[in-house]
Design a protein around this ligand. Structure first.
Ligand SMILES: [Zn+2]
Length: 126
């Protein structure tokens, strides 16, 4: 949950009061629709964090799905003919292509989303 302080314009992970400002300045939840009008005023841009997370999920999904798909291609091929080197190489190629493709696509997706983010603000990437 991303929260932000209207006084110092910083964003934080959760919490009730701003840890940087003196006194008890309430933090506002960035996800609440009534607070989203303030997001443009913040010194920190949290969008890169969410874009990076989307890309990581896509990469992770590709890496996880590549192995079963490669094994499926190998086993289906072996059911038709007993050519082990052929179907093993096609299966391995499937794993490599899907993993690399997911990684490449996530990079393209991240770069495309980041085009909208101007770097006038501090980008929150941690
Ligand atoms: Zn503050």
């Amino acid at each position: 949950m991303v929260k932000f302080c209207l006084q110092c314009k910083n964003a934080f992970w959760g919490g009730r009061y701003c840890p940087k400002c003196e006194g008890e300045i309430l933090l506002l939840d960035a996800a609440e629709p009534e607070n989203q009008k303030y997001l443009g005023e913040l010194n920190i841009d949290v969008r890169p964090k969410y874009y990076a997370r989307s890309s990581m999920l896509l990469t992770c999904f590709g890496f996880i799905m590549a192995l079963p798909l490669g094994a499926f291609v190998f086993l289906r091929g072996m059911a038709h003919s007993g050519n082990v080197p052929l179907w093993a190489s096609i299966g391995v190629a499937t794993v490599v292509v899907i993993s690399w493709g997911a990684w490449f696509l996530s990079r393209v997706l991240f770069d495309k989303q980041m085009e909208k983010v101007e770097d006038a603000k501090e980008l929150q990437l941690d």
